[in-house]
Design a protein around this ligand. Structure first.
Ligand SMILES: N[C@@H](CCC(=O)N[C@@H](CS)C(=O)NCC(=O)O)C(=O)O
Length: 202
């Protein structure tokens, strides 16, 4: 397998998963925003020139949640994903998809409005709205994490996805975690995992 990766991006999720599973992989590294990501060469792998992308033989995927599901279905021997029909399966699907569906959209807005746009094009109201929305999205994860170590039973692909977005909420966009003791404990625990530490520093 070959992973197209950049530090401080969603590609960390895939490297984290591959490291947790102990799978061998090749890696092509970019710096976020660099020109090579927009060139035709790479656009033949990821049409929008983004990361992550994964190649596995003649298969190419370019959506992080789909890549996590693909690797777990084909290369994990049943690890890190509850069986369909098991008690935690619905939680697994819920939190695997909640990340890109609900948490990342307000994070994207905050990043665009506070980092990517030049100051004269930023709109404070957009940041205010997105910050409020992000807090609401995280509240649902906080409630779910009461008396739990992980989102769906044992550590799973759901933690790779939504766990990563919880960490990004706190560490990159500085969401207010003062009312989120469960998420604070959860994020701190995930950051202790050697596989995540390695994935963040490739
Ligand atoms: N929904 C996609 C989002 C991919 C995405 O937007 N990646 C960002 C990094 S986190 C990117 O490559 N941005 C670079 C750019 O837009 O130039 C996924 O989860 O894979």
């Amino acid at each position: 397998m070959k992973l197209y990766y950049a530090q401080n991006s969603r590609a960390v999720r895939i490297a984290w998963l591959l490291e947790e599973l102990g799978l061998e992989y090749e890696i092509e590294k970019f710096t976020l925003g660099e020109r090579a990501m927009r060139e035709d060469n790479y656009k033949s792998i990821h049409p929008m020139g983004r990361v992550p992308a994964l190649e596995d033989g003649d298969v190419t995927l370019f959506e992080s949640g789909a890549i996590v599901q693909y690797i777990l279905a084909l290369h994990a021997d049943g690890r890190m994903a509850p069986e369909p029909g098991s008690k935690e399966f619905s939680n697994y699907l819920q939190w695997l998809h909640y990340c890109e569906g609900m948490i990342m959209p307000p994070i994207n807005t905050i990043v665009v409005e506070t980092i990517l746009l030049p100051p004269e094009r930023r709109t404070e109201l957009n940041v205010k709205r997105a910050t409020k929305l992000l807090g609401q999205m995280l509240s649902a994860v906080e409630a779910h994490m009461e008396n739990r170590d992980f989102l769906a039973g044992d550590f799973s692909g759901a933690d790779i996805m939504t766990g990563h977005s919880v960490i990004v909420s706190r560490n990159l966009v500085k969401a207010d975690f003062s009312a989120f003791p469960n998420l604070t404990r959860y994020a701190d625990g995930l950051l202790q995992r050697p596989a995540l530490q390695k994935a963040m520093s490739l």
